[in-house]
Write a protein that binds this ligand. Structure first.
Ligand SMILES: [Zn+2]
Length: 255
């Protein structure tokens, strides 16, 4: 019987039968892995804590006929504070769904796992604005999975003039001259502040990407850009994101 010892984040749990569940793990060196956790919902189970959604831990898995089976799990980090806030939990759920969409089953992506864990840590342990975390996470994720936008020169003519637009279908910057020539007319205004922030998110070391602030106006701009960029290249609308947009609007305008 083959054994897999790995550190992994629980990205989904599905209840099965009376006390069992099937969990999906994002595992270091292994990517997305499904495993059954027998008896994990019973109060006396040794697996009860380590197999919960958003738990990061050490796992020992046995390869069964179809699925792996969780033999041991030990919590490293459970991102406790995320569980106390519906807003934070919704953001975390979206982060996990996006990662899950971006990786194929059985393919490791340790950089993406690290980005996800760092983002969850920032969401849990700091007061950094969740919407800014979302922007940073989305942009860096796209770069990790091979969709880094060109933020250096115009994607069409290579010029590097000061005034630039962003076009998702073109894959990055577009200059004023090339703007009318593009097939996709959906170009977004790009302020100097937004461009600077995007470059910082893309080109800094992974553990430094969260250490900057931007004005609410630049945040709005970045939010519109990442939203459009993800929709163009991932092509999926996330339910959790819709829900988040609703609660953010409600908080902002008080109705
Ligand atoms: Zn151009």
């Amino acid at each position: 019987m083959s054994i897999l010892r790995t550190q992994a984040l629980v990205i989904k749990e599905t209840n099965v039968g009376e006390a069992d569940k099937i969990i999906t793990l994002f595992a270091r060196g292994k990517g997305k892995v499904q495993a059954s956790a027998r008896g994990a919902r019973s109060p006396r189970s040794r697996l009860i804590a380590g197999t919960q959604f958003l738990c990061y831990g050490d796992f020992i898995l046995y390869k069964g006929k179809e699925l792996y089976r969780v033999s041991q799990s030990e919590v490293i980090e459970n991102f406790y504070n995320i569980r106390n806030s519906i807003e934070k939990l919704s953001y975390a759920t979206y982060f996990v769904e996006l990662a899950s969409e971006a990786i194929d089953e059985g393919y490791a992506n340790n950089n993406l796992l690290k980005l996800l864990l760092n983002t969850l840590h920032m969401l849990s342990a700091t007061n950094k604005e969740p919407r800014l975390l979302k922007i940073i996470y989305e942009l860096r994720l796209m770069s990790i999975i091979g969709y880094a936008p060109n933020l250096i020169v115009c994607t069409n003519c290579g010029s590097n003039e000061q005034k630039m637009y962003f076009n998702s279908a073109a894959g990055g910057l577009v200059c004023t001259n090339c703007l009318p020539k593009l097939k996709s007319r959906n170009s977004l205004m790009l302020s100097e502040g937004a461009l600077y922030a995007m470059r910082y998110i893309l080109y800094s070391e992974l553990n430094k990407i969260f250490s900057f602030e931007v004005s609410p106006k630049v945040q709005d701009e970045l939010d519109a850009i990442t939203k459009d960029f993800l929709l163009t290249h991932i092509g999926k609308e996330f339910k959790t994101l819709k829900y988040l947009e609703n609660i953010i609007t409600t908080t902002k305008y008080g109705h």
